[in-house]
Design a protein around this ligand. Structure first.
Ligand SMILES: Cc1cc2nc3c(=O)[nH]c(=O)nc-3n(C[C@H](O)[C@H](O)[C@H](O)COP(=O)(O)O)c2cc1C
Length: 178
């Protein structure tokens, strides 16, 4: 079985996970920006994407390039700031994924969640503005109305934080080697 790791990363957290996964599995990792029709040559496709307003960066664009998914193994891993061990948060991420890919791919894919980080000093203008709007919208909500995502954002707003934990790759490696 030949395999490939494809990643969508703006600021590097997802790329770091993809490169570490590549090192540990000996599977080549490339950015989704470099993916072409050759993706069809692979049986196992492992997609890692940063979460941006619920969207998995580059995922649907990459999956659309696969002509026929039957016989292929698809693994999707998201990398976000919010805590994926929170059940509500995990369900939100999964529901968002469902809306970004076909039912067939969603049902077939094994889905995992990793935690990334954020460095506000590195964000581009559009992302900074988006975070400011989001922050202003949720900061005064009563705590019981704040989601795990809101809480993570409020706690880390304007800071530099990293929750990258390479040992969380173990579960993905197990799935790859199944
Ligand atoms: C504009 C913007 C939107 C984001 N939206 C989400 C989100 O919906 N859920 C989440 O968990 N994290 C969100 N994040 C945090 C990123 O997913 C996190 O920084 C991740 O590590 C980014 O991966 P990258 O460094 O590979 O680009 C957002 C960050 C930015 C700047």
């Amino acid at each position: 079985m030949n395999s490939i790791i494809v990643y969508g990363s703006h600021y590097g957290a997802t790329k770091q996970y993809a490169e570490e996964l590549s090192k540990r599995t000996n599977i080549k990792a490339i950015s989704f920006r470099k993916v072409n029709q050759q993706i069809n040559d692979y049986d196992n496709i492992i997609y890692l994407g940063g979460l941006y307003a619920g969207g998995v960066l580059g995922m649907s664009k990459t999956i659309k390039k696969i002509n026929n998914i039957s016989g292929k193994k698809i693994i999707i891993a998201t990398v976000g700031l919010s805590d994926p061990t929170d059940e509500v948060n995990k369900n939100n991420i999964r529901n968002n994924i469902k809306n970004q890919i076909s039912k067939e791919v969603f049902e077939k894919a094994e889905i995992f969640h990793l935690r990334g980080g954020i460095d506000y000093s590195k964000l581009n203008f559009a992302h900074k503005t988006m975070m400011k709007l989001l922050y202003n919208a949720v900061k005064n909500l009563p705590e019981e109305k704040q989601t795990a995502e809101d809480k993570a954002m409020i706690k880390t707003y304007n800071k530099k934080v990293s929750f990258i934990n390479f040992s969380d790759l173990d579960k993905i490696i197990n799935e790859v080697q199944k």
